[in-house]
Design a protein. Structure first.
Ligand code: NAD
Length: 484
C-alpha cells in the first residue's frame, strides 16, 4: 500500500476479490519529478494463471445474471468513480504526468460515462428475430468467457474502462493488465468494483511487465477474448499468441494521422485544432501530427501556429495554468528526440522547439514544429508519440488526399474547410477509422471506434463492442417441426 495524492493505493494484484502480492516488485516512477511512487507487484506466469482461474470460476454466475442486474452493477461502479473523481484524477496525474485539469474535467467524467453508456446499451441490445416460413431465427448475444484486456499508459483509466465496461456488460469476466508505467488507477478501480458489489473473480487486475505477465495472459488457452490497445509491434506478438489458440482479438493501435487545412478554412479554428495536437504532451494515438496545409494559406497558418504553440506553458501538470506536461519516461524523451535529430540530419528545419526543455529537467520535451522533411522521411511516416508536428503543403485537393493517405496507418484524420461539399468529398476518400471535419476528439460512444491498415483490427463502441465481447448466436425454432 502506498499513500499517493492523499489516498491509499494498493500496489498488489487484485485476484478473486483478494489483494495478492508478488515477491518480485518494480518501481512505479512519477513522470512529474521521477519520484518513486511505490513498488508494484511484478506478476508472472503464476499470477496470470491464478487470475484466469478466478475469472473462469466466476464466469458462469456472472454470465447468468440478467442484463438489468449487470447494468445496475455497472451504474454502481460509475457512482463509485464519480464519488472519487478528484482522487482518481490526482492519482492518475502523479502516475502518468497528464494534466490534472484534463483528468478532472474530461477524462474521469468520461471514465464514469463508459460504465453508464454500456450499462444502458446492454439494456436496449436487440435480440433480433427473423421469421421465415415454418421457422424463426433468434439472434442472441451470449457472454463469451474470460476477456483479457491490455492497455497503455497515455490515458490509463479511460482506455481500461473503455474495455472493462463493455466486457462486463456482455457478461464476460475480466483480467485487466494495465501498463507498467501507470498501474495505479486500475488498482483503485478494483476497490471501486468491490464496493459496487462485483463478486470475487468478475474483475481481476494483474500488475506487471508486458513481456512477462502480459505474455502469460495472452498465451493462456482458456482465454476467450483479447482486447489490446498499444503499439503495432506489441500487437504482432499478441496476435501470434492468440493465433495459437484461435482467440478473437481487438486491436487499437498507433497512428500518424493527418490534419488537412484547406484555403477556405476558418483560420482561427485551424490554428486552434493544430495546437490541440500537442495535448497530453503529444502522447495521443489520434493526434493529427502531420499538418497538410493548402499552399495558399501556408504562410499565414505557420506564422499563427508558431506564435500560439510558442506561448504554451510547459510545466508541472498539477498546476492549472500548465498546458504541456512531461513525457512518460526518460527513455521516451530520448526516443522522441531521436526522431527529431534524425529528421534534422535528413534535411528538416525546426520552426519551433526541437529538443528537451532542460529548464524543467530531463522529462519535458518542447512543443516542436518541423518543416521541409523530404517525402518518405521517417518523421513523416513513423509514429513519434510526442509533441512533434510536421508541416507539408499541397496545391490541390487530390494531392492533399494522396499525402494524407500516404502512410501505413489509418487511425484518424482531421479536415478543416468551410466548404461542405469538399468536406464530404475529402472525408469519403480518406483512409481512417475516424474522420473529423472542423473538430477533433469528440465522439458519440454509439459510433464505431478503431483503426484501418496498421492502426488496428476491429471496431469497438456501441454494438461493435458487444459483437466482440459476445458470442453472437443464431437459434432456429420450428414450432410445428420443419423438414427441408
Ligand atoms: P505498448 O505496446 O508498448 O504497451 C501496451 C501494453 O501492452 C502495456 O500494458 C504493456 O505492458 C503490454 N505489453 C507489452 N508487451 C507485451 C507482450 N509481449 N504481451 C502482452 N502484453 C504486452 O504500447 P505503449 O507504449 O504502452 O503505448 C503507446 C502506443 O499505444 C502507441 O502506439 C499509441 O498510438 C497506442 N495507443 C493506441 C490507442 C488507440 O485507441 N488506437 C490509444 C492509446 C494508445
Amino acid at each position: 500500500m502506498a499513500r499517493i495524492a492523499g489516498v491509499d493505493v494498493s500496489l498488489d494484484h487484485y485476484i478473486g476479490g483478494e489483494r495478492v502480492p508478488s515477491s518480485d516488485r518494480f518501481d512505479d516512477v512519477s513522470p512529474i519529478d521521477e519520484r518513486v511512487l511505490g513498488e508494484i507487484a511484478r506478476g508472472g506466469m503464476p499470477e496470470a494463471r491464478q487470475a484466469v482461474d478466478a475469472a473462469e470460476g466466476a464466469f458462469e454466475k456472472w454470465a447468468s445474471t440478467s442484463p438489468e442486474e449487470r447494468a445496475a452493477a455497472l451504474h454502481r461502479i460509475a457512482d463509485g468513480i464519480e464519488v472519487r473523481l478528484e482522487t482518481l484524477a490526482a492519482v492518475e496525474t502523479e502516475d502518468n504526468g497528464a494534466l490534472l485539469r484534463s483528468h478532472l474535467h474530461g477524462v474521469m467524467p468520461r471514465v464514469a460515462h463508459n460504465f453508464r453508456f454500456f450499462a444502458d446499451w446492454l439494456c436496449q441490445l436487440r435480440h433480433e428475430d427473423f421469421e421465415t416460413r415454418g421457422h424463426r431465427n433468434h439472434v442472441s448475444w451470449d457472454p463469451a468467457g474470460v476477456a483479457v484486456l491490455i492497455t497503455p499508459w497515455n490515458a490509463p483509466l479511460m482506455l481500461e474502462t473503455w474495455k472493462v465496461a463493455p466486457a462486463l456488460a456482455a457478461g464476460d469476466t475480466v483480467v485487466l493488465k494495465p501498463a507498467e508505467w501507470s498501474p495505479l488507477t486500475a488498482s483503485l478501480l478494483a476497490d471501486v468494483s468491490a464496493e459496487a458489489g462485483l463478486a470475487p473473480g468478475v474483475l481481476n487486475v494483474v500488475q506487471g511487465i508486458g513481456e512477462e505477465v502480459g505474455d502469460a495472459l495472452v498465451s493462456d488457452p482458456r482465454v476467450a477474448r483479447i482486447s489490446f490497445t498499444g503499439s503495432a509491434p506489441t500487437a504482432r506478438l499478441i496476435a501470434a499468441r492468440a493465433a495459437a489458440n484461435l482467440v478473437p482479438t481487438s486491436f487499437e493501435l498507433g497512428g500518424k494521422s493527418p490534419l488537412l487545412v484547406f484555403r477556405d478554412a476558418d483560420m482561427q479554428l485551424a490554428v486552434d485544432l493544430a495546437v490541440e495536437q500537442y495535448d497530453n504532451a503529444g502522447q495521443v494515438c489520434l493526434a493529427g501530427t502531420r499538418l497538410l496545409v493548402d499552399a495558399a494559406v501556408l504562410d499565414e497558418l505557420t506564422e499563427r501556429l508558431v506564435a500560439r504553440a510558442g506561448s504554451l506553458r510547459q510545466g508541472d501538470p498539477r498546476d492549472p495554468s500548465t498546458d504541456i506536461g512531461p513525457q512518460i519516461t526518460r527513455a521516451h524523451v530520448e526516443r522522441v528526440d531521436g526522431f527529431v535529430r534524425r529528421a534534422v540530419d535528413d534535411g528538416a528545419e525546426v520552426l519551433l522547439g526541437g529538443g528537451p526543455n532542460t529548464d524543467l529537467g530531463g522529462l519535458y520535451y518542447r512543443p516542436t514544429l518541423l518543416t521541409g522533411a523530404r517525402q518518405g522521411a521517417e518523421i513523416l511516416t513513423e509514429e513519434v508519440f510526442g509533441p512533434v508536428l510536421t508541416l507539408q503543403s499541397f496545391e490541390s485537393e487530390e494531392e492533399a488526399v494522396s499525402l494524407a493517405n500516404g502512410t501505413k496507418y489509418g487511425l484518424a484524420a482531421t479536415v478543416v474547410t468551410g466548404d461542405e461539399e469538399r468536406a464530404a468529398r475529402v472525408a469519403s476518400h480518406l483512409v481512417a477509422g475516424t474522420v473529423w471535419v472542423n473538430c477533433f476528439f469528440v465522439r458519440d460512444l454509439r459510433a464505431p471506434f478503431g483503426g484501418s491498415r496498421q492502426s488496428g483490427i476491429g471496431r469497438e463502441g456501441g454494438n461493435w463492442s458487444f459483437d466482440f465481447y459476445c458470442d453472437v448466436k443464431s437459434s432456429v425454432f420450428a414450432p410445428g417441426g420443419y423438414r427441408s
